[in-house]
Design a protein around this ligand. Structure first.
Ligand code: BGC
Length: 398
């Protein structure tokens, strides 16, 4: 099953999860707050993470070995703008070097401007709940576009705005650990405004596509035991995590990044998933839903990238099948007319999985945290490399 000519094959990561020593942001502070008993989870502090900040050349070599032609990485806003309105030249130069190195290795750069973590000064102003936050973010976005124009091929403004609102303002799991529905909605509205404002300001500077990255969960009634009520509920919840957010920004986005991890089946309004394929995190893997979501997104008539899709699988026993089936869903959606332009596996290397710490292993490449962060490609790494070089998937070729 051949993918279209020029299809982008890549991996994705985010600054805080891989760079290391990403100080001066809300997560770093939260991770360090053990003594004050502020941590609600047994998370590890991110510390040196994978030291991607210094080892990016080595990691882009791995991307090259994967026969990738694209890479998705993110900026650490707190590094670039450590104080409001003050931009750090050294850090800007650092990121230019990183992008240059990616390009040298034949990788198109897909850049996320904001991936969950926030500068402390921004948090001090109320973060995304501040009514002015969209303007503040747009300043940073505009400056980033101006600095990095010529290095970046596709920009994504914000990663998973609704996941952020849910984890930080509804569940209270992530900093600022709030449980407040009103604030959560306000934050979603501000993130939406922030994207559109940034889009307009960046558009003046760049001709390259600008999009947003959205995590979308597929909801469906249980196939045999779901009721009519489950069917209606699934439709409503799917709407809330998809079109409710995407429809208002359809006029200010050139492309859409889809992060896909979950399917939720409802039975009597309770979650009733199968447990046939379960990741180390206990997440049910159901690749068929990826095709359903992609077909649903077709109506937006803009190019789509799967900007994240991956599995925590330390023993690497599920990953090859996971890749084959997810890519089969991608292939089918393309043959049904979806303008899918690329696929980024999450993630190149194991990394810092937020409040879970380091134990979930999403990487095609394992990281030996005990031994100088040594990179060790897993079997699935070579499998994905074959797919990327041939631009096709072959069923039962394991
Ligand atoms: C996030 C990543 C995260 C991944 C796996 C996505 O929601 O964008 O930062 O590591 O899921 O949990």
């Amino acid at each position: 099953m051949k993918f279209p000519e020029g299809f982008i094959w890549g991996t994705a990561s985010a600054a805080h999860q891989v760079e290391g020593n990403d100080t001066n942001c809300d997560w770093w502070e939260w991770e360090k707050s053990k003594e004050e008993n502020k941590r609600q989870f047994p998370l590890d502090p991110s510390e040196l993470a994978c030291d991607f900040y210094h080892r990016y050349e080595e990691d882009f070599d791995l991307c090259k070995q994967l026969n990738n032609n694209g890479v998705r990485i993110s900026l650490a806003w707190n590094r670039i703008e450590p104080e409001q309105g003050k931009f750090d030249k050294g850090e800007i130069e650092h990121y230019k070097k990183v992008f240059h190195e990616a390009k040298k290795k034949g990788l198109k750069v897909f850049l996320t401007l904001q991936h969950f973590t926030l500068p402390l000064w921004f948090v001090g102003m109320g973060g995304w709940s501040n009514i002015k936050s969209p303007h503040i973010f747009a300043d940073f976005a505009e400056r980033s576009a101006r600095e990095f124009e010529g290095f970046v091929d596709t920009y994504f403004t914000i990663n998973e705005p609704q996941v952020y609102a849910l984890m930080a303002y509804t569940n209270g799991t992530w900093p600022p650990n709030k449980k407040n529905y009103f604030l959560s909605l306000l934050v979603q509205i501000n993130l939406l405004r922030a994207h559109c404002l940034a889009y307009k300001r960046m558009k003046i500077i760049t001709k390259n596509p600008i999009g947003i990255v959205k995590n979308i969960v597929w909801y469906e009634p249980h196939p045999t035991e779901g009721t009519l009520l489950d069917k209606v509920a699934a439709k409503i919840i799917f709407f809330l995590n998809c079109d409710f957010f995407l429809w208002p920004l359809r006029k200010c986005t050139d492309t859409l990044g889809l992060n896909f991890y979950f399917t939720t089946r409802l039975k009597k309004l309770k979650v009733k998933n199968l447990d046939d394929v379960i990741s180390d995190l206990g997440w049910w893997v159901n690749p068929a839903s990826l095709e359903k979501i992609l077909l649903h997104l077709k109506k937006y008539k803009i190019p789509i990238y799967v900007t994240e899709n991956g599995i925590a699988d330390a023993r690497d026993t599920l990953r090859k099948k996971f890749l084959t089936e997810m890519l089969l869903s991608c292939y089918k959606s393309i043959s049904k007319g979806v303008n899918l332009k690329g696929y980024f596996y999450w993630s190149l290397t194991d990394n810092y999985e937020w409040h879970q710490g380091f134990w979930p292993r999403f990487g095609l490449v394992g990281i030996d945290y005990e031994h100088n962060l040594k990179r060790k490609p897993r079997n699935s790494f070579y499998y994905y490399a074959k797919i990327c070089s041939s631009n096709e998937i072959v069923l039962n070729n394991e």
